[in-house]
Design a protein around this ligand. Structure first.
Ligand code: SF4
Length: 435
């Protein structure tokens, strides 16, 4: 592998502050928050992208992933009013909807017909629906689409479900969430998406989404999900009222949470562990530092989920101001999005996958991001009612051919994956997973 030190022509154009970071990256060492700050603030963005590409290529040599999926937003009625959200409606407001079971079954049938391997299901915190609506929804989908993986409900929805099921206890929130997750898993829940994390920071929380759950509760939900054997994912919605240092702190908290999950799976810690400054004692996690970005490290597999789940993917999501209460902000630009993908790959050394979600990045930009740390561009989607980069409508379908061409043009083999990142063998709408 070419290093900054061994390649004088690279050195000539590089910011010297990146050299010690490059050395750590090449040895698979955990980067500090100060390293993250250097990556975010250097003018030498090409070296930052190149370092992220080195890690991405080491973890996923020669390949990039996509899937055939379908999104279902079951209701946009929400009890909260987060400032950055353009999705929610209040009961009786123009455009509000709640899908009934027949609609949901039909979506399940369409998912099967189109050969989808996954349904991605999220909605608002609808105070008018009983807990049974959610178990009935999963059971109905399991009935009509038994082979389709149901990735459903963000952490904030799951806390809401615990509340409407009247099992939520303020002094022990985890027990209510466990009750909910066990029942949803029984009804067909396969894994958790990663939405609702936003940026873990008290200031940002107060300013942009103060009635929504904060970092502790979000992390607790994912911890419990991992304990009951469900894999999960996470996001970072950035470019609104957050600052870059707050994003780095968000990344630190997530990778410590993943350290905890990986320890349960039997991964060994790094003896030269780095513990971040600036993280409250109550937020410190006592697990050893575990990285997955060294040569020869085996990434976690679904078979390990018997011991517990883990975070599969981090998806940085750029904020889109249009239609939200923060419309006066401009949102992040292309270079910031590219840099954020790269910094995320470099800082989140124990996350198997980094996703460039084409719906929010655009497909051409997601393709470029494959060269900057991302290894996944998500799937065919079909209907998407939350925030997207292009177009007003909810029809956001792309074809499998477009995804494959985008990946191939970037120089990678396009690998169709299922939700758990197993390779899919496909013959039209018939498919099976390898292994
Ligand atoms: S972000 Fe989620 S919780 Fe907040 S208003 Fe929108 S739908 Fe509701």
């Amino acid at each position: 592998m070419t290093t900054l030190e061994s390649n004088p022509s690279t050195l000539l154009n590089s910011d010297p502050a990146l050299i010690p970071i490059a050395e750590k990256v090449q040895r698979g060492k955990r980067l500090t928050l100060d390293d993250g700050w250097t990556l975010y603030s250097t003018n030498d963005i090409w070296t930052v992208l190149d370092l992220a590409k080195q890690v991405r290529d080491r973890m996923h040599p020669g390949v990039a992933y996509y899937n055939i999926n379908r999104h279902l937003n079951y209701s946009n009625v929400c009890a909260l009013s987060c400032k950055f959200c353009e999705f929610y409606r209040k009961k009786g407001q123009d455009g509000e909807y709640t899908r009934d079971l027949e609609y949901i079954r039909e979506e399940g049938r369409k998912a099967v017909e189109s050969g989808a391997t996954e349904m991605h299901i999220v909605g608002g915190l609808n105070p008018y629906l009983p807990f049974e609506y959610y178990t009935d929804m999963l059971k109905a989908l399991t009935e009509v689409a038994p082979s389709v993986h149901l990735k459903a409900f963000t952490a904030v929805e799951l806390v809401h479900l615990a509340r409407i099921a009247k099992v939520y206890k303020k002094d022990d929130p985890k027990s209510g969430v466990r009750w909910v997750l066990e029942r949803l898993k029984e009804a067909g829940l396969g894994s958790l998406p990663g939405g609702g994390a936003e940026v873990f920071d008290e200031r940002v929380h107060k300013e942009a989404f103060k009635t929504k759950i904060g970092a502790h509760e979000w992390l607790d939900v994912h911890l419990v999900a991992h304990e009951v054997g469900l894999n999960s994912n996470c996001t970072m919605l950035y470019g609104h009222v957050d600052k870059r240092r707050e994003r780095l702190r968000h990344m630190e908290i997530l990778r410590r949470s993943q350290d905890q999950a990986l320890e349960r799976l039997g991964y060994e810690g790094d003896p030269d562990a780095y513990i971040a400054d600036g993280i409250e004692e109550s937020e410190q996690i006592t697990a050893p530092v575990i990285t997955l970005n060294k040569d020869g490290v085996t990434l976690p597999t679904p078979a390990m989920s018997e011991r517990g789940g883990y975070y599969q993917t981090i998806t940085p999501l750029p904020f889109f101001p249009d239609g939200s209460e923060l419309e006066h902000l401009s949102g992040p630009g292309g270079v910031e999005n590219l840099r954020t993908i790269a910094v995320t790959r470099l800082m989140l050394d124990n996350f198997p996958h980094v996703k460039a979600f084409w719906i929010m990045q655009t497909l051409p930009m997601a393709q470029v991001m494959l060269e900057a740390g991302a290894d996944d561009i998500d799937g065919t989607v079909v209907w998407y009612d939350i925030t997207k980069a292009v177009g007003e409508g909810t029809h956001q379908e792309t074809t499998e051919r477009d995804l494959i061409e985008a990946i191939n043009e970037a120089g990678y083999e396009a690998v169709e994956r299922d939700t758990l990142y197993r390779r899919v063998q496909r013959d039209g709408s018939n498919w099976r997973v390898e292994g």
